[in-house]
Ligand binder design. Structure first.
Ligand code: GDP
Ligand code: CA
Length: 309
């Protein structure tokens, strides 16, 4: 079953890892949010791509939820001693990813090419494609003014009240070649929207005009797996942000955001009984580890296969 998954960071990477185990390697492409990307300390950082790559490689740090396992922090400590900026933590091993990506971008390579090469070198057989090779930058409008995404998310720990959101550059951005190819692949059988933050992680992907148009014109089922359990996000600020924007962290609230793009929704047993105008698959959606990831991925694929388009 040939599948295209749309993912942000942690929640997306967890389901993507399950899909990777449930499908033959050639049958999965994962398109990843780049709205969180930014330049920091002279480095080009792509947090969601790195989370997906590290997770599919089995190298992710399960305690932190970002970065690499068995990380050390000598660089950060040395930087702090010199009075450098330390609000965004970069581990010693992780740093190599950013240094090498920055070098290759400056040499003219695309983010797509660099990501594909890093994935291959880390023995990942699946395709991981940035949503776009054009810069898209998420800007959060708050009660304290407009903040670049990482300023809001990391430096300010999501404290300012959310007023709105914009994705600078999205209007003129094209999907990456690999993403466009996956969307148009005649062998494609299903699209899976991973349980990522619908506003911050899926929002930028869906804001790329050709992506939204391709999803609207899809000939295969598109299903979403909800990141909400019992009206709350499993992790992170998705619930808080939904509330600040006057939206519900419920199946109906999620479907309203994905309006018309979703043919079926996988929700948690805690939300059974929710009203929705698409077919629902109710199951345990909390991914505690690899077994849960694989089980949820298999259930999502079987659910999608049963939905005609
Ligand atoms: P980020 O870019 O690292 O913030 O990650 P994502 O946007 O991909 O993921 C954040 C979302 O993942 C949150 O809204 C969580 O509710 C959701 N999430 C994390 N772990 C799980 C899980 O095990 N199950 C489900 N259903 N959602 C999860
Ligand atoms: Ca992210």
């Amino acid at each position: 079953m040939s599948v295209l998954a749309l993912a942000g960071g942690v929640g997306g990477a967890r389901l993507a890892a399950g899909l990777a185990r449930a499908l033959p390697p050639g049958d999965l492409a994962v398109a990843v949010n780049t709205g969180d990307d930014f330049e920091h300390l002279g480095l080009s950082i792509s947090p969601d791509i790195d989370t997906v790559v590290y997770t599919l490689a089995g190298l992710n740090n399960p305690e932190l939820g970002w970065g690499l396992a068995s990380e050390t922090w000598a660089f950060m400590a040395a930087l702090e001693r010199l009075g450098g900026e330390t609000w965004f933590r970069l581990g010693d091993r992780d740093l190599a990813t950013h240094v090498e990506r920055t070098r290759r971008l400056a040499a003219g390579e695309t983010l797509s090419a660099i990501t594909a090469d890093f994935a291959a070198r880390l023995d990942i057989a699946q395709r991981i494609v940035p949503m776009s090779d054009d810069p898209v930058r998420t800007i959060v409008e708050t009660d304290e003014g407009a903040l670049a995404f990482q300023d809001y998310f990391v430096r300010r720990q999501c404290a300012p009240v959310f007023r709105g959101l914009r994705f600078d550059g999205a209007d003129g951005a094209r999907p990456s070649a690999g993403f466009a190819e996956a969307l148009a692949d005649p062998a494609l059988e299903a699209i899976v929207i991973c349980p990522s933050n619908p506003l911050l992680s899926l929002g930028p992907i869906l804001a790329v005009p050709e992506v939204r148009a391709a999803l609207a014109a899809r000939r295969v089922p598109c299903i979403a797996v909800s990141p909400f359990i019992g009206g709350q996000a499993v992790k992170g600020p998705a619930g808080k942000i939904m509330a600040e924007l006057g939206r519900d962290a419920t199946p109906a609230g999620l479907l309203a955001l994905y309006d018309g793009l979703v043919d079926g929704l996988v929700i948690d047993g805690a939300d059974a009984g929710a009203r929705a105008d698409v077919p629902l698959h109710v199951t345990d959606t909390l991914m505690r580890g690899p077994d849960d990831q694989t089980r949820l991925a298999r259930e999502a694929l079987a659910f999608a296969a049963g939905l005609a388009r």
